[in-house]
Design a binder for this molecule. Structure first.
Ligand SMILES: [Zn+2]
Length: 285
């Protein structure tokens, strides 16, 4: 499903609000180590375990259940929790797969200050410079638990993902034929879902989007790379660069596409390395 596709535009995630602040995880929520244990090999090094959109090891029913519990996913809105799968195709499977990529113990973007660096105001949220060695996944996990109260599915939103207050709303990320009015290009590659998750999580740090400088089909942008689009663009570009040796062309290209789309929603991205042309060349393996 990560085949090269042509897209005219994607508008992301514009229902924005600030998270309600730091909240302790409820006692029944799983911790990061429990999630890693439940998900096994796929969450240890997903860039190598996910090739052309298919996991080499099964994503177990228990993995989905633990992730769902940890992030307070309302599986009923998804039509049920995912059963074991190798190739994510439904919205619930794509969500779990995207979360796995984002929360991976290995193969994440790593140090947010290494080039190309994450947007400055976001770095501290991940623990700051040099603090992420081996802790990449846990940092994202903690940030998600801290800033997202629940995850639910709602096909009525006209975006692949959005943030409503401190809830994460997943739109139609899976359909081959999205209903009229849906902006975006589902079904999405797993890395696109992960980059969107990074974008949405970062709204806990950044404010609302602003109007776009140029007239274009999207209606909401960020003024500079210090915003959710900058975080999403950085995450996808850095992820592909870090994992270049193990990515096949399609997976690399999906990351490049995702990064470029988020870059196109930044009014002034000139000095932001993740949005420089040709920062990412995909040759595949
Ligand atoms: Zn947004």
């Amino acid at each position: 499903m990560a085949a090269v596709r042509s897209h005219s535009f994607v508008a992301w995630a514009v229902v924005v609000a600030f998270a309600s602040g730091c909240e302790a995880a409820s006692s029944e929520q799983a911790g990061y180590s429990e999630v890693v244990l439940a998900c096994g090999p796929v969450i240890n090094s997903p860039p190598a375990a996910l090739v052309a959109g298919v996991f080499s090891d099964p994503v177990s029913t228990n993995c989905g259940a633990e992730l769902g519990g940890a992030l307070n996913v309302d599986w009923e809105t998804f039509g049920g929790a995912p059963a074991e799968f190798y190739e994510p195709s439904t919205a619930s499977e794509l969500l779990v797969a995207g979360v796995i990529i984002l929360l991976a113990a290995d193969g994440g973007p790593g140090d947010p200050c290494a080039a190309p660096a994450a947007p400055e105001n976001f770095r501290a949220s991940l623990g700051g410079c040099g603090e992420l060695e081996g802790e990449n996944g846990k940092s994202w996990f903690d940030l998600m638990q801290r800033t997202i109260s629940e995850v639910r599915h709602d096909l009525a939103i006209p975006y692949p993902m959005a943030r409503a207050s401190d809830a994460l709303v997943v739109g139609d990320i899976a359909s081959d034929d999205p209903p009229e009015g849906v902006i975006g290009a589902p079904p999405m590659a797993v890395v696109e879902v992960a980059a969107l998750l990074a974008h949405e999580v970062s709204h806990a740090v950044y404010g609302r989007h602003v109007a776009c400088a140029d007239e274009q089909e999207r209606t909401e942008c960020d003024e500079t790379a210090e915003g959710a689009y900058g975080v999403g663009a950085w995450w996808a570009a850095r992820w592909a660069l870090v994992n270049a040796a193990v990515l096949d062309f399609d997976d690399c290209d999906a990351a490049r596409y995702s990064s470029a789309q988020q870059c196109s929603a930044i009014n002034e991205s000139d000095d932001f390395a993740s949005c420089e042309a040709d920062i990412l060349r995909c040759s595949g393996t």
